[in-house]
Design a protein around this ligand. Structure first.
Ligand SMILES: C[S@@+](CC[C@H](N)C(=O)[O-])C[C@H]1O[C@@H](n2cnc3c(N)ncnc32)[C@H](O)[C@@H]1O
Length: 228
């Protein structure tokens, strides 16, 4: 099996409790970027918004000391369970973004945060699942906070690897990260067919000007930002 095929198989083998985000195209693209970054033994890696723990586990497999956070109790249980099954030590903490690791510094921060624009705040039972992707009307609720605060989490020459959709503004992320003094660029892109959430919201997203009339694929980007 090739390394890429082995990585994809590892992601497919993860368990997820109901309501926890199972690895998808964005997870795969970010896993590829994390692998390419060249994590070495003993590096400190933080997986913000870990979900199933997919990216945390990949970093642990590469020899990193890994911390991971998620706001969802079920996601934290899932990530801990997957780490135990794989025989890797991952410190999985429940809390808001980097809150649980405040004051600590990392060589690499990896994040697949919620980034889907949402027309309303859900107060129904589906809320628990939607936390994995809904991110306010512009889709930037978590992204803007990550852009503003990642520099404080990075050691000198530390790197942020983050994935999100073109729908919520790639230039905006680059601008905000640059404003904090990080050197950033888009290092990879993929186009994936619209999934069920975008399809359901298509009329609203079009009315907001967030997707074009003829668009039927979502652009995913990897943003790499480095501290000097
Ligand atoms: C798109 S999923 C990504 C999961 C996983 N990292 C992956 O790539 O498959 C986003 C995750 O962010 C979590 N999340 C949402 N808001 C959060 C917040 N404010 N702080 C920490 N985690 C959050 C959700 O519970 C969900 O597990």
């Amino acid at each position: 099996m090739t390394t890429a095929a082995a990585r994809a198989a590892d992601l497919r083998n993860l368990w997820t409790l109901p309501g926890v985000y199972a690895p998808q195209a964005d997870t795969h693209l970010l896993a590829q970027a994390l692998h390419a970054e060249g994590i070495t033994v003993g590096m400190d890696v933080l997986d913000l918004c870990t979900g199933s723990g997919a990216l945390a586990l990949l970093a642990a497999r590469m020899g990193a000391r890994v911390s991971a956070t998620d706001i969802s109790r079920r996601a934290v249980m899932t990530a801990r369970m997957n780490a135990a099954r794989a025989g890797h030590r991952v410190r999985v903490l429940r809390g808001d973004l980097a809150g649980p690791v405040a004051g600590q510094r990392f060589d690499v921060v990896v994040s697949n945060p919620p980034y889907m624009p949402a027309p309303h705040v859900r107060r129904t039972r589906s809320h628990r699942t939607a936390v994995a992707w809904d991110a306010g009307r512009c889709g930037r609720q978590a992204l803007d906070r990550i852009c503003a605060h990642t520099r404080e989490l990075l050691r000198p020459h530390g790197v942020l690897l983050m994935v999100h959709s073109g729908v919520c503004g790639v230039e905006e992320s680059l601008r905000r990260l640059t404003e904090t003094g990080l050197h950033c660029s888009v290092t990879d892109r993929a186009y994936v067919p619209f999934g069920p959430v975008i399809i359901k919201r298509q009329p609203w997203l079009r009315a907001q000007g967030l997707i074009g009339a003829d668009e039927d694929a979502e652009e995913l980007v990897i943003i790499r930002a480095e501290r000097s």
